[in-house]
Design a protein around this ligand. Sequence first.
Ligand SMILES: *Cc1c(COP(=O)(O)O)cnc(C)c1O
Length: 418
Amino acid sequence: MSTPPGFARYADRLWAEALPLDELAERFGTPCYVYSRAAIEERWALYRSALGVAGDVCYAVKANGNLALLQLLARHGAGFDIVSGGELERVLHAGGDAARVVFSGVGKGTDEIRRALQAGIRCFNVESAAELERIASVAATENTPAPVALRVNPDVNPETHPYIATGLAQSKFGIALEEAEALYLQAANDPRLEVRGIACHIGSQLLSVAPLTEAAERLAALARRLQEQGISLDHIDAGGGLGVHYIDEQPPTPAEHIEAISAPLRDLGVSVLVEPGRAIVAEAGILLTRIEYLKHNGGKEFAIVDAGMNDYLRPALYDAAHTLEAVTPSEAELRPVDVVGPVCESADTFARDCTLPAAAGGLLAIRSAGAYGAVMASQYNARPRPPEVLVDGTQAHLIRRRETIDELMSGESLLPEG
Ligand SMILES: *Cc1c(COP(=O)(O)O)cnc(C)c1O
Protein backbone atom coordinates (compact mmCIF):
# COMPACT_ATOMS: atom_id res chain seq x y z
CA MET A 1 0.00 0.00 0.00
CA SER A 2 1.33 3.45 -0.84
CA THR A 3 1.48 5.98 1.95
CA PRO A 4 -1.33 8.52 1.68
CA PRO A 5 -0.58 12.02 2.93
CA GLY A 6 -2.48 12.80 6.12
CA PHE A 7 -5.61 10.95 7.13
CA ALA A 8 -7.62 8.68 4.88
CA ARG A 9 -9.98 5.70 5.01
CA TYR A 10 -8.61 2.43 3.78
CA ALA A 11 -9.87 -1.11 4.40
CA ASP A 12 -12.75 0.17 6.56
CA ARG A 13 -10.53 2.13 8.96
CA LEU A 14 -9.22 5.64 9.34
CA TRP A 15 -5.45 5.81 9.00
CA ALA A 16 -2.80 8.35 9.84
CA GLU A 17 -0.40 7.89 6.92
CA ALA A 18 0.48 4.16 7.06
CA LEU A 19 -0.78 3.48 10.58
CA PRO A 20 -4.37 2.60 11.57
CA LEU A 21 -5.66 5.02 14.19
CA ASP A 22 -7.15 2.21 16.31
CA GLU A 23 -3.63 0.83 16.73
CA LEU A 24 -2.38 4.25 17.80
CA ALA A 25 -5.22 4.46 20.34
CA GLU A 26 -4.17 1.11 21.80
CA ARG A 27 -0.56 2.17 21.96
CA PHE A 28 -0.87 5.72 23.30
CA GLY A 29 -4.30 5.72 24.94
CA THR A 30 -7.06 8.28 24.46
CA PRO A 31 -7.62 11.17 24.27
CA CYS A 32 -4.60 11.71 22.04
CA TYR A 33 -3.58 14.22 19.37
CA VAL A 34 -2.22 12.64 16.20
CA TYR A 35 -0.42 14.64 13.50
CA SER A 36 0.77 13.67 10.03
CA ARG A 37 4.25 14.78 9.10
CA ALA A 38 3.50 14.46 5.37
CA ALA A 39 0.40 16.65 5.69
CA ILE A 40 2.32 19.39 7.51
CA GLU A 41 5.15 19.26 4.99
CA GLU A 42 2.74 19.36 2.08
CA ARG A 43 1.07 22.54 3.37
CA TRP A 44 4.41 24.09 4.18
CA ALA A 45 5.70 23.37 0.67
CA LEU A 46 2.61 24.96 -0.92
CA TYR A 47 3.26 28.21 0.96
CA ARG A 48 6.99 28.08 0.38
CA SER A 49 6.73 27.58 -3.36
CA ALA A 50 3.91 30.13 -3.78
CA LEU A 51 5.85 32.87 -2.01
CA GLY A 52 9.13 32.37 -3.86
CA VAL A 53 12.63 33.23 -2.72
CA ALA A 54 12.00 36.92 -2.10
CA GLY A 55 9.68 36.22 0.80
CA ASP A 56 9.64 34.47 4.15
CA VAL A 57 6.97 32.20 5.59
CA CYS A 58 6.87 32.85 9.35
CA TYR A 59 4.84 30.04 10.88
CA ALA A 60 2.58 31.35 13.68
CA VAL A 61 3.81 29.36 16.66
CA LYS A 62 0.65 29.97 18.68
CA ALA A 63 -1.30 27.61 16.38
CA ASN A 64 0.79 24.67 17.58
CA GLY A 65 4.10 25.17 19.35
CA ASN A 66 5.11 21.56 19.92
CA LEU A 67 8.93 21.40 19.76
CA ALA A 68 9.00 18.57 17.21
CA LEU A 69 6.72 20.48 14.83
CA LEU A 70 8.83 23.61 15.20
CA GLN A 71 11.94 21.52 14.57
CA LEU A 72 10.40 20.00 11.44
CA LEU A 73 9.54 23.45 10.09
CA ALA A 74 12.91 24.92 11.12
CA ARG A 75 14.64 22.17 9.12
CA HIS A 76 12.67 23.35 6.11
CA GLY A 77 13.96 26.88 6.65
CA ALA A 78 10.84 28.34 8.25
CA GLY A 79 10.65 31.71 9.90
CA PHE A 80 8.43 32.05 12.96
CA ASP A 81 5.83 34.51 14.23
CA ILE A 82 5.86 34.55 18.02
CA VAL A 83 3.62 36.27 20.56
CA SER A 84 5.55 35.71 23.81
CA GLY A 85 8.97 35.12 25.32
CA GLY A 86 7.96 31.52 25.93
CA GLU A 87 7.36 30.99 22.22
CA LEU A 88 10.77 32.50 21.47
CA GLU A 89 12.45 29.98 23.77
CA ARG A 90 10.53 27.15 22.09
CA VAL A 91 11.66 28.28 18.64
CA LEU A 92 15.30 28.59 19.72
CA HIS A 93 15.21 25.23 21.53
CA ALA A 94 13.79 23.58 18.39
CA GLY A 95 16.65 24.94 16.28
CA GLY A 96 14.79 27.88 14.71
CA ASP A 97 16.76 30.85 13.40
CA ALA A 98 16.25 33.99 15.54
CA ALA A 99 17.01 36.16 12.50
CA ARG A 100 13.79 34.84 10.94
CA VAL A 101 11.57 35.53 13.96
CA VAL A 102 8.98 38.30 14.05
CA PHE A 103 7.45 39.20 17.43
CA SER A 104 3.73 40.07 17.44
CA GLY A 105 1.24 40.72 20.25
CA VAL A 106 -0.28 43.74 22.02
CA GLY A 107 1.30 43.29 25.45
CA LYS A 108 5.02 42.57 25.12
CA GLY A 109 6.74 42.70 28.52
CA THR A 110 10.07 44.42 29.13
CA ASP A 111 11.87 41.13 29.81
CA GLU A 112 10.43 39.61 26.65
CA ILE A 113 11.59 42.58 24.60
CA ARG A 114 15.10 42.43 26.09
CA ARG A 115 15.47 38.71 25.44
CA ALA A 116 14.23 39.02 21.86
CA LEU A 117 16.65 41.87 21.23
CA GLN A 118 19.54 39.87 22.67
CA ALA A 119 18.57 36.84 20.58
CA GLY A 120 18.67 39.00 17.44
CA ILE A 121 15.15 38.62 16.09
CA ARG A 122 14.24 39.97 12.68
CA CYS A 123 11.52 42.40 13.74
CA PHE A 124 9.19 43.58 16.49
CA ASN A 125 5.66 44.09 15.16
CA VAL A 126 4.73 47.07 17.32
CA GLU A 127 1.12 47.52 18.39
CA SER A 128 1.04 50.99 20.02
CA ALA A 129 2.97 54.23 20.58
CA ALA A 130 3.53 53.23 24.21
CA GLU A 131 5.03 49.91 23.16
CA LEU A 132 7.27 51.62 20.60
CA GLU A 133 8.64 53.83 23.38
CA ARG A 134 9.24 50.83 25.64
CA ILE A 135 11.07 48.94 22.90
CA ALA A 136 13.21 52.04 22.22
CA SER A 137 14.15 52.38 25.87
CA VAL A 138 15.11 48.69 26.16
CA ALA A 139 17.15 49.09 22.97
CA ALA A 140 18.96 52.04 24.57
CA THR A 141 19.90 50.08 27.70
CA GLU A 142 20.99 47.12 25.56
CA ASN A 143 22.89 49.39 23.21
CA THR A 144 21.31 47.62 20.24
CA PRO A 145 18.93 49.40 17.86
CA ALA A 146 15.62 47.55 17.75
CA PRO A 147 14.23 46.43 14.35
CA VAL A 148 10.59 47.48 14.15
CA ALA A 149 7.51 47.37 11.98
CA LEU A 150 4.24 48.94 13.03
CA ARG A 151 1.29 46.60 13.01
CA VAL A 152 -1.32 48.74 11.37
CA ASN A 153 -5.00 48.22 11.47
CA PRO A 154 -6.35 48.44 7.91
CA ASP A 155 -9.97 48.49 9.15
CA VAL A 156 -11.29 45.76 6.87
CA ASN A 157 -13.94 43.27 7.85
CA PRO A 158 -12.57 39.75 7.52
CA GLU A 159 -16.08 38.26 7.84
CA THR A 160 -15.07 35.68 10.42
CA HIS A 161 -15.95 34.87 14.03
CA PRO A 162 -15.81 38.06 16.17
CA TYR A 163 -13.30 36.47 18.58
CA ILE A 164 -10.81 35.96 15.78
CA ALA A 165 -11.43 39.16 13.80
CA THR A 166 -8.55 41.48 14.55
CA GLY A 167 -8.41 44.07 11.78
CA LEU A 168 -11.46 46.23 12.50
CA ALA A 169 -11.01 49.81 13.74
CA GLN A 170 -12.56 48.94 17.09
CA SER A 171 -10.25 46.13 18.09
CA LYS A 172 -7.40 45.97 20.57
CA PHE A 173 -5.00 45.10 17.75
CA GLY A 174 -2.84 47.31 15.62
CA ILE A 175 -2.40 51.04 15.10
CA ALA A 176 -4.93 53.03 13.08
CA LEU A 177 -3.64 53.75 9.56
CA GLU A 178 -4.10 57.52 10.09
CA GLU A 179 -1.87 57.46 13.17
CA ALA A 180 0.74 55.14 11.72
CA GLU A 181 2.40 57.68 9.44
CA ALA A 182 3.33 60.11 12.20
CA LEU A 183 4.61 57.26 14.34
CA TYR A 184 6.75 55.99 11.45
CA LEU A 185 8.35 59.44 11.09
CA GLN A 186 9.06 59.47 14.80
CA ALA A 187 10.56 55.96 14.68
CA ALA A 188 12.66 56.76 11.60
CA ASN A 189 14.22 59.70 13.46
CA ASP A 190 14.91 57.71 16.62
CA PRO A 191 18.47 56.31 16.72
CA ARG A 192 17.32 53.57 19.11
CA LEU A 193 15.06 52.12 16.41
CA GLU A 194 15.48 50.72 12.89
CA VAL A 195 12.36 50.81 10.77
CA ARG A 196 12.15 47.54 8.84
CA GLY A 197 8.63 47.18 7.57
CA ILE A 198 4.88 47.30 7.91
CA ALA A 199 2.83 44.51 9.46
CA CYS A 200 -0.82 43.57 9.67
CA HIS A 201 -3.01 40.59 10.51
CA ILE A 202 -6.73 41.03 9.99
CA GLY A 203 -8.16 37.84 11.47
CA SER A 204 -8.30 34.11 11.26
CA GLN A 205 -10.24 31.34 9.45
CA LEU A 206 -10.74 33.63 6.43
CA LEU A 207 -12.66 31.87 3.69
CA SER A 208 -12.32 34.58 1.07
CA VAL A 209 -9.17 36.35 -0.06
CA ALA A 210 -10.94 39.63 -0.86
CA PRO A 211 -10.35 41.19 2.61
CA LEU A 212 -6.67 40.15 2.42
CA THR A 213 -6.28 41.95 -0.89
CA GLU A 214 -8.07 45.01 0.45
CA ALA A 215 -5.76 45.09 3.46
CA ALA A 216 -2.69 44.65 1.24
CA GLU A 217 -3.82 47.56 -0.95
CA ARG A 218 -4.02 49.80 2.12
CA LEU A 219 -0.58 48.67 3.26
CA ALA A 220 0.80 49.37 -0.21
CA ALA A 221 -0.59 52.90 -0.14
CA LEU A 222 1.00 53.52 3.26
CA ALA A 223 4.29 52.03 2.06
CA ARG A 224 4.34 54.45 -0.90
CA ARG A 225 3.73 57.46 1.35
CA LEU A 226 6.55 56.34 3.65
CA GLN A 227 8.94 55.70 0.77
CA GLU A 228 8.17 59.17 -0.62
CA GLN A 229 9.26 60.58 2.73
CA GLY A 230 12.55 58.74 2.54
CA ILE A 231 11.69 55.89 4.91
CA SER A 232 13.00 52.70 3.35
CA LEU A 233 11.25 49.44 4.02
CA ASP A 234 12.73 45.98 3.94
CA HIS A 235 9.49 44.00 4.09
CA ILE A 236 5.73 43.98 4.33
CA ASP A 237 4.28 41.36 6.63
CA ALA A 238 0.74 40.51 5.55
CA GLY A 239 -0.02 38.28 8.54
CA GLY A 240 -1.74 34.90 8.48
CA GLY A 241 -5.40 34.03 8.66
CA LEU A 242 -6.17 31.62 5.83
CA GLY A 243 -9.11 29.38 6.72
CA VAL A 244 -9.24 25.59 6.62
CA HIS A 245 -11.76 22.83 6.11
CA TYR A 246 -13.70 21.90 9.26
CA ILE A 247 -17.16 20.84 8.00
CA ASP A 248 -18.04 22.07 4.52
CA GLU A 249 -15.86 25.17 4.09
CA GLN A 250 -14.08 25.70 0.78
CA PRO A 251 -11.03 27.70 1.82
CA PRO A 252 -8.76 29.34 -0.75
CA THR A 253 -5.43 27.58 -1.36
CA PRO A 254 -2.09 28.87 -0.05
CA ALA A 255 -1.25 29.88 -3.64
CA GLU A 256 -4.45 31.95 -3.84
CA HIS A 257 -3.64 33.51 -0.48
CA ILE A 258 -0.15 34.49 -1.63
CA GLU A 259 -1.38 35.82 -4.97
CA ALA A 260 -4.08 37.90 -3.26
CA ILE A 261 -1.62 39.71 -1.01
CA SER A 262 1.34 39.87 -3.41
CA ALA A 263 -0.44 41.54 -6.31
CA PRO A 264 -0.87 44.93 -4.57
CA LEU A 265 2.68 44.80 -3.11
CA ARG A 266 4.50 43.82 -6.29
CA ASP A 267 6.07 47.13 -7.34
CA LEU A 268 7.22 48.32 -3.93
CA GLY A 269 10.62 46.63 -3.98
CA VAL A 270 10.05 45.00 -0.59
CA SER A 271 10.05 41.37 0.42
CA VAL A 272 6.77 39.83 1.52
CA LEU A 273 6.27 37.95 4.78
CA VAL A 274 3.28 35.83 5.71
CA GLU A 275 2.39 34.33 9.08
CA PRO A 276 0.17 31.29 8.49
CA GLY A 277 -0.61 29.13 11.49
CA ARG A 278 -3.92 27.30 11.13
CA ALA A 279 -3.46 26.74 7.39
CA ILE A 280 -0.23 24.79 7.99
CA VAL A 281 -1.25 22.49 10.84
CA ALA A 282 -5.05 22.35 11.35
CA GLU A 283 -5.92 19.66 8.82
CA ALA A 284 -2.69 17.79 9.62
CA GLY A 285 -4.00 16.83 13.06
CA ILE A 286 -6.86 14.96 14.66
CA LEU A 287 -7.97 14.40 18.23
CA LEU A 288 -8.57 10.73 18.91
CA THR A 289 -11.19 10.03 21.59
CA ARG A 290 -13.15 7.02 22.81
CA ILE A 291 -16.86 6.83 23.66
CA GLU A 292 -17.19 6.01 27.37
CA TYR A 293 -20.96 5.90 27.75
CA LEU A 294 -24.19 6.39 25.89
CA LYS A 295 -26.92 8.25 27.75
CA HIS A 296 -30.53 9.25 27.01
CA ASN A 297 -31.79 12.45 28.58
CA GLY A 298 -34.80 14.59 27.73
CA GLY A 299 -35.38 12.80 24.44
CA LYS A 300 -31.78 13.31 23.35
CA GLU A 301 -29.02 10.82 22.99
CA PHE A 302 -25.54 11.66 24.22
CA ALA A 303 -22.24 9.98 23.50
CA ILE A 304 -19.95 10.84 26.40
CA VAL A 305 -16.34 10.73 25.22
CA ASP A 306 -13.05 10.74 27.13
CA ALA A 307 -11.84 14.04 25.62
CA GLY A 308 -13.09 17.23 27.23
CA MET A 309 -13.06 20.96 26.62
CA ASN A 310 -9.85 21.08 28.64
CA ASP A 311 -8.20 18.93 25.93
CA TYR A 312 -9.78 20.75 23.00
CA LEU A 313 -11.32 24.15 23.67
CA ARG A 314 -12.37 25.46 20.25
CA PRO A 315 -15.92 24.04 20.24
CA ALA A 316 -16.64 25.53 23.69
CA LEU A 317 -14.79 28.81 23.08
CA TYR A 318 -15.92 29.66 19.55
CA ASP A 319 -18.82 27.29 19.09
CA ALA A 320 -16.60 25.77 16.43
CA ALA A 321 -18.03 22.87 14.42
CA HIS A 322 -15.89 19.91 13.42
CA THR A 323 -16.24 16.76 11.38
CA LEU A 324 -16.34 13.72 13.65
CA GLU A 325 -15.67 10.32 12.19
CA ALA A 326 -15.85 6.76 13.53
CA VAL A 327 -12.36 5.25 13.26
CA THR A 328 -13.36 1.60 12.86
CA PRO A 329 -16.44 -0.15 11.45
CA SER A 330 -19.30 -0.63 13.88
CA GLU A 331 -22.43 -2.77 14.14
CA ALA A 332 -24.22 0.14 15.81
CA GLU A 333 -26.91 1.87 13.78
CA LEU A 334 -26.29 5.37 12.49
CA ARG A 335 -28.22 7.91 14.56
CA PRO A 336 -27.92 11.53 15.63
CA VAL A 337 -26.10 12.01 18.94
CA ASP A 338 -24.62 14.91 20.86
CA VAL A 339 -20.97 14.19 21.47
CA VAL A 340 -19.99 15.61 24.85
CA GLY A 341 -17.01 15.47 27.18
CA PRO A 342 -16.76 14.64 30.90
CA VAL A 343 -16.07 18.21 32.08
CA CYS A 344 -18.67 19.81 34.34
CA GLU A 345 -19.80 22.53 31.92
CA SER A 346 -22.59 22.40 29.35
CA ALA A 347 -20.22 24.05 26.87
CA ASP A 348 -18.23 20.81 26.93
CA THR A 349 -19.84 19.66 23.68
CA PHE A 350 -17.97 18.60 20.53
CA ALA A 351 -20.93 18.14 18.21
CA ARG A 352 -24.73 18.35 18.25
CA ASP A 353 -26.98 15.93 16.37
CA CYS A 354 -24.02 14.32 14.72
CA THR A 355 -24.91 11.17 12.78
CA LEU A 356 -22.58 8.44 14.02
CA PRO A 357 -22.58 4.74 14.75
CA ALA A 358 -22.55 5.42 18.49
CA ALA A 359 -21.52 2.51 20.71
CA ALA A 360 -19.66 2.53 23.99
CA GLY A 361 -15.99 1.80 23.38
CA GLY A 362 -16.09 3.19 19.83
CA LEU A 363 -13.23 5.39 18.69
CA LEU A 364 -13.87 8.80 17.16
CA ALA A 365 -11.56 11.16 15.30
CA ILE A 366 -12.24 14.87 15.64
CA ARG A 367 -10.84 16.07 12.32
CA SER A 368 -8.83 19.27 11.68
CA ALA A 369 -7.71 19.60 15.31
CA GLY A 370 -4.01 20.28 14.64
CA ALA A 371 -4.25 24.05 15.18
CA TYR A 372 -5.33 25.79 18.39
CA GLY A 373 -5.81 22.36 19.95
CA ALA A 374 -2.99 21.00 22.09
CA VAL A 375 -1.69 24.55 22.70
CA MET A 376 -4.96 25.57 24.35
CA ALA A 377 -5.26 22.42 26.48
CA SER A 378 -5.61 23.04 30.20
CA GLN A 379 -5.82 20.96 33.35
CA TYR A 380 -9.36 22.10 34.19
CA ASN A 381 -11.18 19.53 36.34
CA ALA A 382 -7.69 18.24 37.27
CA ARG A 383 -7.38 16.41 33.99
CA PRO A 384 -3.84 15.70 32.76
CA ARG A 385 -3.22 17.10 29.29
CA PRO A 386 -3.25 14.57 26.41
CA PRO A 387 -0.22 13.24 24.53
CA GLU A 388 0.78 14.28 21.01
CA VAL A 389 1.97 11.78 18.41
CA LEU A 390 3.58 12.59 15.06
CA VAL A 391 3.12 9.90 12.42
CA ASP A 392 5.76 9.63 9.71
CA GLY A 393 4.90 6.81 7.30
CA THR A 394 4.92 3.63 9.36
CA GLN A 395 6.59 5.34 12.35
CA ALA A 396 4.81 6.99 15.27
CA HIS A 397 6.82 9.42 17.40
CA LEU A 398 5.52 10.37 20.83
CA ILE A 399 6.35 14.10 20.72
CA ARG A 400 4.67 14.92 24.01
CA ARG A 401 3.75 12.28 26.55
CA ARG A 402 0.56 12.30 28.58
CA GLU A 403 0.86 14.45 31.69
CA THR A 404 0.74 12.62 35.04
CA ILE A 405 -1.44 13.39 38.06
CA ASP A 406 1.75 14.13 40.03
CA GLU A 407 2.72 16.75 37.46
CA LEU A 408 -0.68 18.37 37.90
CA MET A 409 0.17 19.07 41.53
CA SER A 410 3.92 19.58 41.21
CA GLY A 411 4.02 23.37 41.51
CA GLU A 412 1.70 23.59 44.50
CA SER A 413 2.48 23.61 48.24
CA LEU A 414 0.47 22.75 51.33
CA LEU A 415 0.33 25.29 54.17
CA PRO A 416 2.62 24.83 57.19
CA GLU A 417 1.19 23.07 60.32
CA GLY A 418 -1.19 25.09 62.49
C1 LIG B 1 -2.77 34.31 15.32
C2 LIG B 1 -1.90 35.09 14.45
C3 LIG B 1 -1.43 34.58 13.23
C4 LIG B 1 -1.84 33.22 12.71
O1 LIG B 1 -3.18 33.19 12.38
P1 LIG B 1 -3.77 31.91 11.59
O2 LIG B 1 -5.19 32.24 11.42
O3 LIG B 1 -3.55 30.74 12.46
O4 LIG B 1 -3.04 31.81 10.30
C5 LIG B 1 -0.58 35.34 12.48
N1 LIG B 1 -0.18 36.58 12.89
C6 LIG B 1 -0.61 37.11 14.06
C7 LIG B 1 -0.14 38.45 14.45
C8 LIG B 1 -1.47 36.39 14.87
O5 LIG B 1 -1.89 36.93 16.02
